[in-house]
Design a protein around this ligand. Structure first.
Ligand code: SF4
Length: 266
């Protein structure tokens, strides 16, 4: 496994990136520029210098798949075995690929995915789905579960605000559902950007058309602030969405799409 991937961090004992106890590999590089992004260090597809508290450092380094394998396999005892259960609660822990956009590095990740799959480890991706379809096809071959963002579902605004091609997203979503892969939808609820009547309606319709095993509504937070400053960038101050509005949104999705919905505040 001598192919290389660009990684910013490997986080062990993660409880928020999929079922069970997981190790999360943060891949650097993303095709979108969501104004609310809390991982600004994962956007550019190259190592980046930062400065924090008078110190300098680098976000991201190229790692051979072998090296990543040796790191993630350390926690094998906590993972369990693939195929343990179909429902989210019954699924085992394992390894999650996040970012940035992990699908962009799918060809480099393939040997690692193959080896982990052969060893029965449950694999999951957190993805925006804004990536070429051939990368997603590769991921579908190996990964067990997909956490998919649902952000702005109007073509012009998706391009203008996120820098993404909505047609690519919808094409990939169709691919994923045709492959019958379990999906959890993650909906960031961000005042001004994603939280308006038209977008809400589109989000609910999409969830009705592609029923996931679960949907999550993500409340905005400012956790990325320090990282923006360390890169010499200015973090955005986000408009807050009230708990009542979130609860109302949760009920609407549950009633119309008949899927469990969780509100997540980080
Ligand atoms: S898709 Fe995720 S990582 Fe990429 S810009 Fe948006 S929030 Fe950030």
């Amino acid at each position: 496994m001598d192919s290389q991937i660009l990684v910013t961090n490997i986080q062990r004992f993660s409880l928020h990136d999929g079922p069970g106890i997981r190790t999360t590999v943060f891949c650097k590089g993303c095709s979108l520029r969501c104004p609310w992004c809390s991982n600004p260090e994962n956007l550019e597809p190259r190592p980046e210098e930062y400065r924090k508290d008078g110190r300098t450092g680098t976000y991201g380094r190229y790692m051979a798949c072998d090296e990543v394998y040796r790191e993630v396999i350390k926690d094998r005892a906590f993972y369990g075995q693939r195929g343990q259960g179909e429902s989210l609660a019954a699924m085992p822990g394992g390894v999650t690929f996040s970012g940035g956009e992990p699908l962009l590095q799918a060809p480099g990740l393939e040997p690692l995915w193959r080896r982990l799959k052969e060893e029965g480890i449950h694999l999951c991706a957190e993805t925006s789905l804004f990536a070429p379809g051939d990368r997603l096809r590769l991921a579908i071959e190996y990964l067990d579960l997909f956490y998919v963002d649902v952000k702005i579902l109007e073509e012009r605004l998706c391009g203008q605000i996120l820098g993404g091609n909505l047609k690519e997203y919808l094409f990939n979503l169709e691919l994923l559902f045709c492959a019958k892969k379990p999906v959890v939808f993650r909906v960031p609820v961000i005042g001004r950007y994603t939280d308006n009547a038209q977008n809400r309606e589109r989000v609910v319709e999409l969830i009705c058309s592609y029923p996931p095993i679960k949907a999550e509504l993500l409340k905005e937070h400012n956790l990325g602030r320090e990282k923006y400053l360390s890169l010499g960038k200015h973090p955005l101050t986000l408009d807050s969405v009230t708990d009542e509005k979130l609860e109302e949104y949760r009920r609407e999705i549950e009633q119309r799409a008949r899927v469990p919905v969780q509100i997540c505040k980080i």
